[in-house]
Design a protein around this ligand. Structure first.
Ligand code: KIV
Ligand code: NA
Length: 264
């Protein structure tokens, strides 16, 4: 019962087997996803939105993410734990990226992920050179949303070549996989065919080697409007809301705690 390794994900691509990735930021979801056989979990900087209540991923810090990585790593036996490097913690150069990535590896991560293609290739090469597996992330990159000008699909007519070049740069720099976020499906399919490393799509159509979703989106814990690429497989917000409502009613009615919950 050993850990999934990056080479196992590469082998899955060679066999044509698709796999599902999820985010996780805590003990219990990590243990559930590990038990049901999710091969890779991402402690995403999307913890900014989904744990810390920020509107974007831009404010979240290394110090806020490190304890979540530790929790997920300690609560899993099989899954490969990937930690996102947050905005501002790797852009300055390979040295900064290495110093940050080392902190995440010491916190329990088995790999790190950073956003960007060609512009971040030197960082990826430095990390892999230091023994740290890297997952790339190209297409729409949320940490650069102000430069990009909002949540925009990448790889539309006239821009496909730039996304392909970014994915190739990430692979050539030594990444073991690459996330394609909000990429036109035909472009994602082309990249998936051209690269030897697995592609992990989110809003990138059905032809990537793997898919990733934020677990609160997958399970329907997040309320309100969601992006087109989200599918809810449950309605956990309603389950928790109804449980809390019944609990509060029983407290108000003097029904809870009952005799069996009491010490006498
Ligand atoms: O932080 C995150 O959740 C991500 C995935 C959605 C790819 O980067
Ligand atoms: Na992220």
């Amino acid at each position: 019962n050993s850990r999934i390794r990056t080479r196992d994900l590469r082998s899955a691509k060679e066999r044509g087997e698709k796999w599902a990735m999820l985010t996780s930021y805590d003990q219990y979801t990590a243990a559930i996803f590990d038990r049901i056989g999710i091969p890779a979990l991402l402690v995403g900087d999307s913890a900014a939105n989904n744990v810390y209540g920020y509107e974007t991923t831009i404010p979240v810090t290394v110090e806020e993410l490190l304890p979540l990585v530790g929790a997920v790593a300690r609560s899993t036996e099989r899954t490969l734990v990937v930690a996102d490097l947050p905005f501002g913690s790797y852009e300055a150069g390979p040295q900064q990226a290495l110093e940050t990535a080392v902190r995440f590896m010491k916190a329990g991560a088995h790999a790190v992920k950073l956003e960007g293609g060609t512009r971040i290739a030197d960082q990826i090469a430095a990390l892999t050179g230091a023994g740290i597996p890297v997952m790339g992330h190209v297409g729409f990159t949320p940490q650069s949303e102000h430069l990009i000008g909002g949540y925009r699909v990448a790889g539309r007519a006239g821009q496909a070549a730039a996304v392909v070049a970014d994915a190739q740069a990430v692979a050539e720099a030594g990444a073991f996989a690459v996330v394609l976020e909000m990429v036109m499906a035909d472009v994602a399919a082309q990249i998936t065919k051209e690269l030897a490393i697995p592609t992990v799509g989110i809003g990138a159509g059905p032809d990537t080697d793997a898919q990733v979703l934020v677990w609160q989106d997958m399970a329907g814990l997040r309320q309100g409007p969601a992006p087109r690429f989200v599918k809810n497989y449950a309605n956990v917000a309603d389950v928790i809301g109804e449980a809390a409502q019944r609990y509060a009613e029983e407290v108000r009615g003097g029904v809870f705690p009952a005799e069996e919950h009491s010490f006498r």
